[in-house]
Design a protein around this ligand. Structure first.
Ligand SMILES: [Cu+2]
Length: 141
């Protein structure tokens, strides 16, 4: 009996630890000159329960905030969000012109070819740290 139960238990433990949040293609644009702000982009797919992206942090910037871009009286502006809702199985893109992770107080300019860690925080799922690739300043995807 014990021999039969053990594998079942291991499967349960493995399922509990499976990544609930999938993050694809994390990238950022290289800094223009010595700009102290930047933005990181990525696509999040929630593989678990409904959740919310509520924050981010990275060692390369003093602050990271989840922002949304919006048109306000003909001007594109952005503001911090209280969170981005994630629905199971529905990818949410953080991309130029929309949601992004704003990096403020960059400790050094982002250079194409470099990469840096970015930790995403969720309402329910445990934090996820991804590696953000810095792409040329002309990158749009
Ligand atoms: Cu922003």
């Amino acid at each position: 009996m014990r021999i039969l139960l053990l594998p079942a238990l291991l499967v349960l433990v493995a399922a509990g630890n499976a990544a609930q949040i999938q993050v694809d293609h994390p990238w950022a644009r290289a800094s223009a000159g010595d700009a102290k702000t930047g933005a990181a982009y990525l696509t999040i797919t929630d593989q678990g329960q409904p959740d919310k992206l509520i924050g981010a942090s990275t060692p390369v910037a003093a602050t990271a905030e989840v922002h949304e871009t919006m048109a306000n009286m003909g001007m594109m502006t952005m503001r911090a969000t209280t969170g981005i809702a994630l629905e199971p199985g529905k990818p949410v893109a953080l991309a130029p012109g929309g949601y992004h992770v704003m990096l403020m107080g960059l400790k050094a300019p982002l250079k194409a070819g470099d990469n840096f860690p970015l930790t995403l925080r969720f309402e329910h799922a445990p934090p996820v740290t991804v590696t953000v690739n810095v792409e040329p300043i002309t990158a749009t995807h």
